[in-house]
Design a protein around this ligand. Structure first.
Ligand SMILES: [Zn+2]
Length: 426
C-alpha cells in the first residue's frame, strides 16, 4: 500500500435550500443564457469563416458581453470552456465515423432556460468547514444591493469530512430536477495498491465492440456490445408499448434500463482492471475522443444534427472511462488518455497509413505488410503504441496471426459477469 493524492467529487445537500434556491436559480439560468450566446457566436463564426472558435477565442469575443457579468468571471469562463469541449468531442466522434453524434445544442427547457450547472473555482467560493457553509460568488450584474454572494449551508455524507481533504478545488451547484445540490471537487490522499507491473495495454472504445484490448505481449480481447444492445432493445420496446411516456410503468422501465446499463459499465471496468492485475499491466492507454480536432482535409460539412447533444454513446464512453480510471487507480494502475487520430487508419505492424488499407467485415488489411488484423484490435494496438513502443515478442506473435484472433468475452446476464465466449451461457 502507498499513499497517493487523487481527485474525488463529494456530493452534499443544501440545508438552507429555501433561502438560497432563488439565487441559485438565477445563476443557473445565467449559465444557460451565456451558453446560448456562445453557441450562437459559434454558428455566426462558422458561417463567416468556416471554423468553430475555441475556448480562448470565445472568451475574447464574449468577455465584454453583458451576459458574461451575470456570473463570477471564472464561472463564465468555465461555461464557455464546456461549450468548446462539447464541440471538440463532437468533432472527435465524427472523425471516428460516429455519424449519429450531434453537435452541442442550445439550452432550452420549453420556452424557458434550464438551470445549468454553475462551477465556482478558487476565487469564486469561500469554504467554512467548521460551520459547514460555503459562500458562492455572483457576477456583478446579479449582485443585490446588500450582498455579492450566496451562503449555502451544506451537508455531506456522514463518512465525508471536508476539513480532512488536502484541498477543495472547485464547487459546483447542480440542479437535480427537484432541488439544488453541491459537488465538491477535492484532492484527497488515499491508500492505493502497488502497481501490478510495468506492462501496457491499449483500449479502443467503439460501438460494435464496446472495448477492444491489445496487450503488450501480443494477445488481445474483445468485449462486444450485443448484450447491452439486446437489453436496450427489450426495454425500449416495452417502454414504447406504454400508453403514456410519463406513466409510472414507463418511468420504472426507464429506471431499470439505465440501472442495467450502469451495472454493465461497472462490471466491465472492474473486469478489465482485474485482467490488468493478472497480466502485470501498470498502464492502461485509452483513446481520448475529445482530443481530436476538426480534420482540415475532410472539411466537415455544416450538417449539424437536430436534437442537441443527446448522444447515448458519447455519454457512455465518458462515463465508462471515468469508472475505469477510478477502479484502476485503486490498484495502482495509471490510465492515460491519448488522441485517437490515425489509430484506425494506420497499420499497427508496419505503421503504414494509407487510404488503400481496407477494413472488411471488421478486419483491417494492410497492403504493405499483408497484416490481417481485427480492426478494433489494430486500433487498440495503435493506441497502446502511442505510450509504449512495440516489443520484440510482438513480431513473433504477429506472424502467427494473433491480431486476427482475439479472445472474446461475453457478458452473461445470468451471472452478471464477463466470461470467455466458450463458457458464456447466453
Ligand atoms: Zn502493415
Amino acid at each position: 500500500m502507498a499513499k497517493q493524492v487523487v481527485t474525488r467529487t463529494y456530493t452534499a445537500s443544501i440545508r438552507n435550500q429555501p433561502q438560497v434556491s432563488d439565487d441559485l436559480d438565477s445563476l443557473g439560468f445565467a449559465a444557460s443564457k451565456l451558453w446560448n450566446v456562445g453557441r450562437w457566436v459559434c454558428d455566426r463564426v462558422w458561417s463567416e469563416i468556416g471554423h468553430i472558435p475555441g475556448h480562448n477565442e470565445l472568451t475574447t469575443y464574449l468577455k465584454t458581453h453583458e451576459r458574461y457579468d451575470d456570473l463570477h468571471s471564472q464561472s463564465s469562463q468555465r461555461v464557455l470552456q464546456e461549450l468548446a469541449e462539447a464541440f471538440a468531442g463532437w468533432y472527435g466522434k465524427r472523425h471516428n465515423g460516429d455519424t449519429r453524434a450531434n453537435p452541442p445544442g442550445y439550452r432550452k427547457h420549453g420556452d424557458d432556460h434550464p438551470r445549468s450547472t454553475v462551477t465556482f473555482k478558487a476565487a469564486g467560493f469561500k469554504l467554512d468547514t467548521e460551520y459547514e457553509r460555503v459562500r458562492l460568488s455572483k457576477g456583478s450584474s446579479l449582485k443585490d444591493y446588500w450582498s455579492d454572494f450566496t451562503l449555502c449551508e451544506y451537508q455531506t455524507r456522514p463518512d465525508v469530512d471536508l476539513s480532512t481533504v488536502e484541498s477543495v478545488q472547485q464547487v459546483r451547484a447542480v440542479w437535480t430536477g427537484d432541488e439544488w445540490e453541491l459537488h465538491f471537487v477535492c484532492k484527497v490522499e488515499v491508500d492505493v495498491a502497488e502497481s501490478p507491473g510495468e506492462k501496457t495495454v491499449g483500449v479502443d472504445l467503439g460501438i460494435n465492440n464496446f472495448a477492444a484490448l491489445a496487450y503488450e505481449d501480443g494477445h488481445s480481447e474483445l468485449y462486444p456490445l450485443n448484450c447491452l444492445k439486446q437489453d436496450d432493445y427489450y426495454f425500449s420496446k416495452r417502454i414504447a408499448r406504454c400508453d403514456d411516456s410519463d406513466s409510472e410503468l414507463a418511468t420504472r422501465l426507464n429506471q431499470k434500463k439505465s440501472a442495467r446499463r450502469t451495472h454493465y459499465f461497472h462490471t466491465l471496468s472492474k473486469h478489465i482492471v482485474e485482467r490488468c492485475v493478472e497480466e502485470g499491466v501498470g498502464t492502461i492507454v485509452v483513446g481520448d475522443l475529445s482530443g481530436i480536432r476538426e480534420d482540415e482535409e475532410n472539411g466537415e460539412s455544416k450538417n449539424w444534427g437536430k436534437h442537441g447533444n443527446l448522444d447515448l454513446h458519447s455519454w457512455a464512453f465518458d462515463r465508462f472511462t471515468d469508472l475505469l480510471e477510478y477502479k484502476a487507480e485503486m490498484e495502482g494502475i495509471t490510465v492515460e488518455q491519448v488522441s485517437e487520430r490515425d489509430t484506425s487508419t494506420s497499420c499497427s505492424c508496419c505503421g503504414r497509413k494509407r487510404k488503400a488499407n481496407r477494413v472488411e467485415r471488421g478486419l483491417y488489411v494492410c497492403d504493405e505488410c499483408d497484416t490481417v488484423a481485427n480492426a478494433d484490435v489494430n486500433g487498440a494496438e495503435n493506441i497502446r503504441q502511442k505510450v509504449a513502443p512495440s516489443s520484440s515478442s510482438l513480431s513473433v506473435n504477429r506472424s502467427n496471426g494473433w491480431l486476427a484472433q482475439p479472445s472474446t468475452y461475453l457478458f452473461d446476464s445470468e451471472s452478471g459477469c464477463f466470461a470467455p465466449r466458450e463458457q458464456a451461457t447466453s
